[in-house]
Design a protein around this ligand. Sequence first.
Ligand code: PRP
Ligand code: URA
Length: 213
Amino acid sequence: MRVIVADHPLIKHKLTYLRDKKTDSPTFRRLAEELMTLLAYEATRDVRVEPKDIETPVAPATGIRLATPKPLIVPILRAGLGMLEGMTRLLPSAEVGFLGMVRNEKTLEPTTYANRLPDDLTDRQVFILDPMLATGGSLAGAIGFLADRGARDITAVCLLAAPEGIERLREATSTVVPQVTLVVGAVDERLNEHGYIVPGLGDAGDRLYGLVD
Ligand code: PRP
Ligand code: URA
């Protein structure tokens, strides 16, 4: 697994405000989108392209355009939805599939409760969006789900990650999808005893959308 930590002062600046518990939901949503757009620049560095012939007002030229099939973006519900707009702003012609996962806050194990994805993901370039990589259970489960449908070219984009989650993801993907790339805004210190990232930003879904019992 390739890990890219997007080390840019603008990303650090926006993450600082995102982490701050005084930041309200509307501001948190805007920052999550903006951070995603900045991370998308790194995450799409290897997006598949094909040549395209054009004519400028001066001369013929050959450029590039996104190849088909178009990339598939998969936000992990709920919190991944907060990153979707920031990604589609850069990749407006991409398709979007949905995967709903929730972590049991006692066992820390995830369950999948919804999916709306193509059955066959062979040869699709897939971008998974989830703001938090904590224990890594949710992202490992999501990658496993997509790999079962044939996906082999997967880039996961997270705002924050814990070292423990990165290691779990590395082990979980090493045999099935060795080509996974993880793009992350920052790698924090550790997980606490409740499975939360420290210092982190708290519960990303709640901060985006409020509490749900
Ligand atoms: C959060 C987050 C990740 C997951 C990370 O989702 O958005 O999906 O936890 O934790 P893990 O790495 O330990 O699996 P949550 O389950 O709280 O659901 P939500 O997005 O609906 O709030
Ligand atoms: N999920 C979150 O939203 N935040 C954490 O710190 C860990 C899991």
